[in-house]
Design a protein around this ligand. Structure first.
Ligand code: HEM
Length: 419
């Protein structure tokens, strides 16, 4: 990056936020990184005097994600009367959006987080995930059956978007006839949420989504089955420690957290493999390489640009920067995953790379609960796609592939392919 020394942190971050570099935020990350590994953001935090920061290297990102003595996810852990949450979510009405956005597992601190996470982990075991394999395979095949004879599809719309939502809906116990409803709500919410805003349509989606899950939970209470909601209800009834609101909020979070992220892994991963045909050929020749390729795709261009914001519980110094109690810090996961001090040839995609650790699923106590599921889904999605459609290729010029860009995530709007 020849001109990166002339870019101020402010200019680099404004570039990132404005979405100027939709396809390649890594240019911006590099510009930010060149200015330091802990960089102040050029916007104030609500009405407070606190500052907002990003961290771009693995070492500092790990510190922010893992050090619970200095960092939390809920600003009310610092100050009971903090209004930061409301200023970030733009909420505090009675739509139910408050509960969904701010009281979910990802946004609460200890001891409540530990209690809830321990309870859900009882249902969300690796063994349970492994047991889902045949069903995920069936769902992947069903989707490809529908387009196989057409010779072309939009990989985002017909495959990448549908597989994760069908898998989670199925796992939770949503009847098949309602999968499209869940899809509509999840997508509407993902597209409608921004920092500081919940527009009326998104609020309506959140409310309808919440009401549906509430009703489904009531039905499962009467007639339990082998799905995740029934398991969570039985945990709740055994220990009486997971209340109704927590259960509903958890189920919503899983759908929301597991849909767009996994969909992006599948669509962006496919594009990256088409961009690197020699690596794709290796995977087709030896599908045993696919689980490792999934890790590399997550490292190289994972779905989440940043983890959720963290807040400093006390003053501290981080790589020469004075962080004050209450300051907000975003660990830029995508930037840390290209940290040259951690990964040799970090800017190269290499599906045969041995990866000790990447940050695509975060780290520490809030590390992605659905990571084992996402890994299984990614592996099955790529293996099935390239086995059934070995001649898959883009059906539009590469430069016409279009991206949706947000600070927290970046995904493809569509991916027209022929096979
Ligand atoms: C948390 C990424 C799939 C459920 C997280 C975090 C990241 C992440 C980075 C941590 C956020 C933070 O520390 O602020 C991803 C990616 C996925 C994926 C890249 C797919 C490739 C899933 C799936 C599910 C899921 C399939 C559920 C079915 C969750 C939950 C949390 C979480 C519940 C909050 C955990 C906690 O706070 O204890 N995810 N996720 N995710 N994810 Fe995922």
């Amino acid at each position: 990056m020849n001109d990166s020394n002339h870019v101020t942190p402010e200019q680099a971050i404004v570039g990132l936020l404005s979405g100027k570099s939709r396809e390649n935020p890594f240019v911006v990350f590099e510009q930010i990184r060149q200015t330091g590994s802990v960089v102040q953001l050029p916007f104030p935090m609500g009405e407070t005097n606190n500052k907002a920061w990003v961290v771009t290297h693995m070492e500092e990102a790990l510190k922010v994600l893992k050090d619970q003595e200095h960092f939390c996810v809920d600003p009310t852990s610092i100050d009971k009367n903090s209004t930061i949450k409301q200023s970030l979510t733009g909420s505090s009405d009675s739509t139910g959006s408050d509960m969904f956005l701010t009281n979910s597992l990802n946004a609460i601190d200890q001891p409540d987080h530990r209690r809830l996470r321990t309870l859900v982990s009882k249902a969300f075991t690796p063994r349970y995930m492994e047991g889902l394999r045949p069903r995920i395979q069936e769902l992947a095949d069903e989707l490809l059956d529908q387009v196989q004879d057409q010779g072309e599809m939009d990989l985002v719309k017909n495959y990448a978007n549908l597989l994760p939502i069908n898998v989670i809906s199925d796992m939770i116990g949503v009847p098949k006839s309602d999968h499209s409803l869940i899809h509509k709500w999840s997508e509407g919410i993902a597209n409608g949420l921004g920092v500081g805003t919940v527009d009326p349509k998104t609020a309506e989606n959140l409310k309808d989504f919440g009401d549906y899950i509430k009703q489904l939970t009531a039905d499962k209470r009467k007639q339990p089955s082998d799905d995740l909601i029934s398991q969570l209800i039985s945990i709740e009834e055994q220990g009486d420690r997971l209340d109704e609101e927590e259960l509903i909020s958890l189920v919503q979070l899983m759908i929301f957290a597991g849909h767009e992220t996994t969909s992006t892994l599948i669509s962006t991963g496919t594009l990256l493999l088409l961009d690197h045909p020699e690596q794709l050929e290796m995977l087709k020749a030896d599908p045993n390489l696919i689980p490792g390729a999934v890790e590399e795709l997550l490292r190289y261009h994972g779905p989440s640009t940043t983890a959720g914001p963290r807040y400093a519980l006390k003053d501290l110094e981080l790589k020469g920067q004075q962080i004050k109690k209450g300051d907000m810090i975003f660990p830029l996961l995508k930037a840390a995953n290209r940290d040259e001090q951690q990964f040799e040839r970090a800017e190269e995609l290499d599906v045969t790379r041995t990866i000790k650790r990447h940050l695509a699923f975060g780290q520490g106590v809030h590390m992605c609960l659905g990571a084992p599921l996402a890994r299984v889904e990614g592996t099955i999605a790529f293996a099935t796609l390239f086995k059934r459609m070995p001649n898959l290729q883009l059906s539009i010029p590469r430069e016409d592939v279009s991206w949706k860009f947000k600070l927290a995530a970046q995904s493809l709007s569509s991916l027209p392919v022929k096979f």
